[in-house]
Write a protein that binds this ligand. Structure first.
Ligand code: GTP
Length: 597
């Protein structure tokens, strides 16, 4: 089939606006799957994803569609991840497309994440076709949402397709718009091979599978391929497409989207954004836009029972097979023993990994508060990076501490602008821009990333009743007046609880943290003192009073169900406690910093 009959497109949508439902509909309409196979949402394959309702790994479907003009088209739908942590993967998926469907919930409107992804699409010259979804809802306001799309994103939305992914209404109109409004791929089938890796994952049977968009040239099994960024060569074993089921093909050529299997054992050699070419006839230059992705957020993961350390290492190793962005290295904490310092793309990524370790690998973990990377300029001129606050060198040797700054874009309805500005100011944000767009306001802030990884997102949602949305990108490291806040339990510094905070907020944070810890640490057989300190300077002290014997006696003396409840509670509580010195500290206490204002 000629390139004229190919359309490569993805779907841009804010979480819950209906991307997966629409993708399912499209696949169904094109006969990619039978009714039975459609039962579950096919594009969200992992259970965890289904429960969270978030698409994590990009997947794709090559579909055949007979258009109203009677001609058969090859529609390559490229799924994109929908969360702020995965912006690089989104940009690579969009780079593989000529067009994108911008799906907006007609009862909600445009949100920050969609705006950011749309701008990425427009920057790359991708044709954006607006789709108003959930038109079946009585609360749908298509006219208002069209105006909003035009105001905020700046594209013409008068001919936006009105659809209901749920009922199927308008889905054919969407596909006709894909054919008439999105251009076919341009590429040179006779030029040396250039294929963009959109996604890659590890399969137990065949090794690494690469999802690619062929830009120029042709690839066949038995060709020797060269991955241009990682500079490794491999023998191409199989090529094919997903329908979304796997289908082998004799070749992939310019314009196609499909998979390559080449006996690659390590995900690290098949990086998203890399260019595949032929070893014997290589392209002169790789495709633009390749980036090594770096973790942004770090946390310590420790087994509750120290003998589970090996099991935790094995579990991390297995997860890493399929998640190139997960990093981990062994770490020892005086308080928590042997564990791992892990690097993540963002907080959501951390959550997902933690949950998978607990559910799929049955691990009981203590997780320390998330932190960012700090750059330290030493007095001797050396610059080091630390990703664990307890590793901060002696202050007398430090010239300055630099923290990562992000550019944050927040989209919020006018009613909540005041509250959001107050929150951003509290979080040391500096306003860069404020723009009224229809009923919404777009705020741009420079903010310290460590304030954002803490609990900013939850707070933003709560001050805006869930209406504000956030997108951010790393900007630079910037010097700031930062100090290390230590927590002492019975006069012993607990390294896993150390934090780096701004000096101006350190007093308040220290007091609040000590108070919160007092609430979270259960009463023990003796008094427990909790202190917050900067160096030798004690900022706050709280006491967890010892249990009085008669309290216990009363409980045990009473009726049997109460006793059982207490025992069960103890058992459940035990799972997530860590003995630090002679004090039992529960998991919540390690995350106390996330729970204070
Ligand atoms: P993520 O995968 O989390 O990014 O979400 P998504 O954008 O894929 O949303 P999804 O398709 O999971 O839909 C979110 C919710 O909206 C689900 O409960 C759907 O059933 C519902 N939904 C999707 N399309 C429609 C529609 O056209 N009308 C109505 N009424 N509900 C819809």
């Amino acid at each position: 089939r000629s390139m004229k009959h190919i359309r490569n497109f993805s779907i841009i949508a804010h979480i819950d606006h209906g991307k997966s439902t629409l993708a399912d509909r499209i696949i169904h309409l094109c006969g990619g799957l039978s009714d039975r196979e459609m039962e579950s949402q096919v594009l969200d394959s992992m259970d965890l994803e289904r429960e969270r309702g978030i698409t994590i790994k990009a997947q794709t479907a090559a579909l055949e569609y007979k258009a109203r003009d009677g001609q058969v088209y090859q529609l390559n739908l490229i799924d994109t991840p929908g969360h702020v942590d995965f912006t690089y993967e989104v940009s690579r998926s969009l780079a593989a497309c000529e067009g994108a469907l911008l799906v907006v919930d007609a009862s909600q409107g445009v949100e920050a994440q969609t705006v950011a992804n749309c701008y990425t699409a427009i920057e790359q010259g991708v044709e954006v076709v607006a789709v108003l979804n959930k038109i079946d809802l009585p609360s749908a306001e298509p006219e208002r949402v069209i105006a909003e799309i035009e105001d905020i994103i700046g594209i013409d939305a008068q001919d936006a397709v009105r659809a209901s992914a749920k009922s199927g209404l308008g889905v054919e109109d969407i596909l006709d718009a894909v054919i008439s409004r999105i251009p076919p791929p341009k590429g040179n089938i006779d030029a040396p091979l250039k294929a963009l890796i959109i996604d890659s994952w590890f399969d137990n049977y065949v090794g690494v599978v690469m999802l690619v968009r062929v830009v120029d040239g042709v690839l066949k099994p038995k060709d020797k391929i060269l991955l241009m960024a990682s500079q490794t060569t491999h023998l191409c074993e199989q090529v094919g497409v997903f329908t979304p089921k796997t289908k082998a093909r004799a070749q992939l050529s310019a314009g196609d989207v499909g998979f390559i299997i080449a006996g690659i054992k390590e995900l690290n050699s098949a990086k998203v954004g890399d260019t595949v070419t032929l070893a014997n006839n290589p392209a002169a230059e790789p495709l633009p836009g390749f980036k090594e992705i770096q973790p942004q957020v770090f946390a310590g993961l420790y087994p509750v029972e120290s003998h589970d350390y090996d099991a935790l290492r094995d579990a991390l190793e297995k997860l890493k097979l399929n998640d190139a962005s997960l990093q981990y290295e062994p770490e020892t904490s005086q308080a928590l023993g042997f564990g791992f310092r892990c690097g993540f793309l963002g907080l959501l990524h951390l959550d997902i990994v933690q949950e998978r370790l607990e559910r799929e690998y049955d691990m009981d973990l203590i997780t320390t508060a998330p932190t960012v990377i700090y750059q330290i300029l030493m007095k001797d001129g050396e610059v080091i990076e630390i990703e664990n606050p307890s590793r901060l060198p002696d202050l007398s040797k430090i010239e300055e501490i630099r923290e990562p700054i992000i550019n944050a874009t927040i989209l919020v309805p006018q009613d909540y602008v005041g509250a959001v500005i107050t929150l951003c100011t509290e979080k040391r944000g500096m306003q860069r821009n404020m723009q009224y767009m229809g009923r919404q306001v777009m705020l741009s802030y420079e903010m310290p990333m460590n304030e954002v990884v803490m609990d900013f997102f939850d707070k933003l949602k709560s001050v805006s009743r869930g209406y504000a949305s956030l997108d951010y990108e790393f900007k630079e490291f910037r010097a700031s007046d930062l100090v290390k806040l230590d927590i002492l339990v019975n006069s012993e510094k607990v390294d896993a609880l150390s934090l780096i905070v701004h000096r101006n907020t350190s007093q308040r944070r220290g007091r609040e943290l000590a108070a919160k810890m007092r609430e979270l640490i259960p009463r023990q057989m003796y008094d427990v003192a909790v202190q917050a300190a900067i160096g030798a300077n004690i900022l706050a002290r709280e006491n967890v009073k010892a249990l009085r014997k008669n309290v216990l006696a009363k409980c045990y003396g009473g009726d049997i169900s109460r006793k059982r409840k207490l025992l069960e509670k103890q058992k459940a509580g035990k799972k997530r406690m860590k003995q630090v010195g002679n004090v039992e500290i529960p998991q919540e206490a390690f995350l106390a910093i996330l729970k204070i204002d």
